[in-house]
Design a protein. Structure first.
Length: 203
C-alpha cells in the first residue's frame, strides 16, 4: 500500500546481515518460506479439521483458515484503531493511544497502548507482566528467554512509571483499570480471545 522511500532501500543494502544469514534456521525459513506458509497456515489446519470433524475440505478451509485469518487481522488492527479512540490514558493524557481492555483480550495482550507509547522501549508493552494481567505476548517472550532464544529485555522501573503517571497521567483510571485480578483477567481474556473458535466451529 505504501512504497518504501528510495533512500530506505539504498541504506538497507548497507546493513551487515552476515550474522543473520549465518544462522541455518533463518536460511531454511527464507529458502522455504512459501511452502512453509502454505503448509502451516493452510494445508495442515484444513486437513486436521477435516480429519477431526468430517466436514468437507472447502468448509474446513473457509472456517478454520480464512475466518481465522480474517479475524486475527481485525483483532491485530484493533490496536491502531479502537485503542486510539476508546479507553483510558493513564500514563500520558496528551497522546491519543489508550488502554483498552477488549483490545487487550482480542489481540492477546497488545491493548496496553498508552503505556506502549509512553514507554516504547519496554519489551512487555504493559506495566505489568503476564503473571499479573492478561498478556500472552509477554508470556511468549519470557518463554523464549527461558529457552535461551531471546535476551536483553528492557523493562521500565516502577518509580519511573509512577513519576510519569503523576506528571502526565491519570491516577484514578490507573487504579480502576487494574482491578479485576489475575484469575478474572485471564478468564475474560481466554473467553474473548478464543471464544470466536466456538462460534465459527459449526461453519
Amino acid at each position: 500500500m505504501v512504497r518504501k522511500h528510495p533512500e530506505v532501500i539504498q541504506k538497507g543494502k548497507t546493513i551487515d546481515l552476515s550474522d543473520v544469514w549465518a544462522d541455518p534456521v533463518v536460511r531454511f525459513q527464507r529458502r522455504f518460506y512459501i511452502p512453509l506458509v502454505l503448509l502451516l497456515w493452510g494445508i495442515l489446519p484444513t486437513y486436521f479439521c477435516h480429519y477431526v470433524t468430517g466436514y468437507t475440505i472447502v468448509d474446513c478451509f473457509l472456517g478454520v483458515v480464512i475466518v481465522r485469518y480474517v479475524l486475527s487481522l481485525h483483532y491485530a488492527w484493533l490496536v491502531n484503531s479502537a485503542a486510539h479512540l476508546y479507553g483510558y490514558r493513564m500514563y500520558d493524557q496528551s497522546m491519543e493511544p489508550r488502554e483498552n481492555r477488549m483490545v487487550v483480550y482480542a489481540s492477546m495482550g497488545e491493548g496496553y497502548h498508552n503505556y506502549h507509547h509512553a514507554f516504547p522501549w519496554d519489551y512487555s508493552a504493559s506495566e505489568h507482566g503476564w503473571m499479573e494481567c492478561f498478556n500472552i505476548t509477554t508470556a511468549f517472550i519470557d518463554l523464549c528467554v527461558w529457552l535461551g532464544l531471546a535476551y536483553g529485555r528492557k523493562k521500565a522501573d516502577k518509580k519511573i512509571i509512577q513519576k510519569r503517571i503523576e506528571r502526565t497521567g491519570d491516577h484514578e483510571s490507573h487504579r480502576k483499570y487494574f482491578g479485576p485480578g489475575t484469575i478474572a483477567d485471564y478468564s475474560l481474556g481466554i473467553v474473548s480471545s478464543y471464544g470466536f473458535l466456538i462460534v465459527t466451529w459449526t461453519l
